[in-house]
Design a protein around this ligand. Structure first.
Ligand code: HEC
Ligand code: HEC
Ligand code: HEC
Ligand code: HEC
Length: 432
């Protein structure tokens, strides 16, 4: 399922801040004091935002009432979760590490402070890091953002760190993963786009002047593109690591494009994809390269030499996928090195209005010519086009067409790539 964005974020200026790669909150080795430590009415638990303060101070209320993360544990008690657990032979979803890992702030018992409650689901410290060393000091005037980070606050303002944080649950890692077995038992397929999901998570902060003075900020297009590169790299990392190994014969199927296997048998979908024909003959099971395909098309505009390098790398990866698991792992690992450098480059590049228009046209043309014929790539391309239109400020010009395009892909079980391409053509027609 994809969600449409609800808000229009203003373009913000960029202040690049260099921070050393931080450990994810789940493994920061700090005591997580618990949501209740942040939630008092004189701290982050006010009813209304305090516009005179540096931060709103009603973050807890927003999280509790509007943000799905606060209900992530409770979800494990519902019927769908119980049914998943039963099929997997797990007695209780809400006690199973396989589920708690992404549905709570999953830190070892020794790292759970006095007020820590597993029931709080994905609480503040699951994203902001264990507050052991900064809870008391972060409100002091002298406590700069850099100081707080040195005390263990997670740099969630910085790219690619923010992507790595979100994707640790929205894609998975070596230590927590929604496998094909879990999905087969009824877990939804995971999809992600940093900018689209960032907008869909109810804002509990405002990027105003004082925020810009303290923290790194990025505009929508920077966030989208850098996020896409990080998502591509982390997907490849999983293919390069032990998760991919799967059982003796089959690799981990959740790292493949689900819809190469799961689709109706009528409708004549049998085809080759011209850009990848050399490495993926019809009938091959395709590794999930949805984010990578969209990244390539964007790089064709931004930096053609990178587009070629990534396309070559993916073709090698697909060829390797017809050979052996170890060939896939070698190739995936090589390709991550090509992409790693792009994450910062894309986050720091300035995209002028005419660049945005060009990027959108090129992506829409690719979509209308049938390049994103598999669902994952189609969905990923939709997120990008929507971001570009919001950033350009003219999405209302094609509101009807964008809604229609969205409708062609809202249900992955009925996705028809021909219709998706046709409607992409009508959107392109409006924005030409
Ligand atoms: C790799 C992290 C990860 C693991 C492991 C994981 N989940 Fe999830 N789960 C998610 C994310 C992220 C979502 C939200 C997906 C979205 O909306 O894009 C989700 C969504 C769900 C939903 C659907 C919610 C809805 O609104 O439809 C259920 C039910 C669920 N998970 C149950 C479980 C159970 C039970 C387990 C253990 C067997 C589990 N999850 C393991 C990350 C994970
Ligand atoms: C799913 C991840 C996530 C959760 C859960 C979360 N936050 Fe945030 N929070 C963010 C992101 C992303 C930002 C924006 C980047 C930044 O400023 O670090 C942010 C920003 C903030 C800010 C910064 C405002 C500023 O002007 O500097 C505060 C304060 C904050 N969050 C408090 C909380 C509190 C309190 C909770 C729990 C009730 C919470 N957050 C839960 C992700 C999260
Ligand atoms: C510790 C794991 C974890 C982290 C970290 C995390 N999420 Fe989530 N997220 C979840 C789970 C689990 C759900 C499903 C909750 C539900 O459906 O009730 C979810 C749901 C969401 C949803 C709602 C999706 C929907 O279908 O409505 C959005 C949007 C979202 N997350 C964005 C983000 C962003 C942006 C970040 C990074 C700043 C982030 N998440 C970090 C676990 C996580
Ligand atoms: C290589 C082919 C292949 C790929 C790729 C694949 N699956 Fe499956 N999937 C299967 C097979 C085989 C079954 C078992 C069907 C059965 O038992 O009758 C299955 C079962 C399922 C089921 C249980 C429902 C059913 O039809 O039995 C779900 C849900 C599911 N897969 C989701 C996914 C998702 C989500 C992805 C991508 C992340 C994915 N699959 C990728 C082959 C695949």
């Amino acid at each position: 399922m994809v969600c449409r964005k609800s808000a229009i974020a203003a373009i913000t200026l960029l202040f690049a801040v260099l921070v050393q790669a931080a450990p994810l909150p789940e493994s920061d080795g700090l005591v997580h004091e618990g949501v209740a430590s942040c939630a008092s009415s004189i701290c982050h638990g006010r009813v209304e935002p305090d516009v005179s303060a540096t931060v709103w101070l009603n973050e807890y209320r927003i999280w509790l009432r509007e943000d799905k993360h606060s209900g992530a544990y409770k979800l494990l008690l519902n019927e769908q979760s119980q049914s998943i657990a039963t099929k997997l032979g797990i007695p209780k979803a809400h006690e199973a590490p396989e589920c708690l890992a992404c549905h709570t702030d999953y830190v070892p018992v020794a790292m759970q402070g006095k007020k820590f409650r597993v029931e709080d689901g994905v609480g503040c410290e699951a994203c902001h890091g264990g507050s052991e060393n900064w809870l008391k000091t972060h409100t002091e005037k002298a406590a700069t953002h850099e100081y707080n980070i040195a005390q263990g606050l997670y740099p969630s303002d910085v790219l690619p760190e923010r992507s790595e944080l979100c994707l640790s649950c929205h894609l998975g890692t070596e230590s927590k993963f929604a496998s094909h077995e879990i999905m087969g038992a009824g877990h939804p397929r995971l999809s992600f786009d940093l900018q689209a999901f960032g907008v869909n998570q109810p804002y509990h902060y405002e990027i105003d002047e004082d925020y810009r003075n303290r923290k790194a900020t990025y505009d929508d297009v920077q966030t989208w593109l850098s996020g896409l590169a990080t998502q591509s790299r982390l997907t490849l990392d999983l293919m390069a690591g032990p998760v991919f190994q799967g059982s003796a014969l089959m690799p981990e199927l959740a790292l493949y494009e689900c819809h190469t296997c799961h689709r109706p048998m009528n409708g004549n979908h049998w085809r080759t994809d011209p850009k990848y024909a050399a490495s993926l003959p019809s009938g091959s099971v395709r590794l999930n390269d949805g984010a990578l395909q969209v990244l390539i098309v964007a790089m064709e505009v931004i930096k053609p030499s990178s587009a070629t390098a990534i396309l070559d790398g993916i073709n090698e990866l697909h060829s390797a996928s017809l050979q052996s698991k170890s060939d896939v792992q070698k190739q995936a690992s090589m390709l991550t090195t090509v992409i790693r450098g792009l994450e910062l480059e894309l986050a720091n590049k300035i995209y002028a209005p005419e660049d945005i228009v060009l990027l959108r046209k090129h992506l829409l043309r690719a979509a209308s010519e049938g390049e994103f014929s598999y669902y994952n790539a189609a969905e990923q391309s939709f997120f990008g086009i929507e971001t570009l239109s919001i950033a350009r400020g003219d999405s209302e010009l094609a509101e009807k067409e964008l809604d229609h395009w969205y409708a062609t892909m809202v249900d992955e079980n009925r996705f028809d790539s021909t219709v998706f391409a046709q409607v992409a053509g009508t959107v392109l027609g409006v924005f030409q």
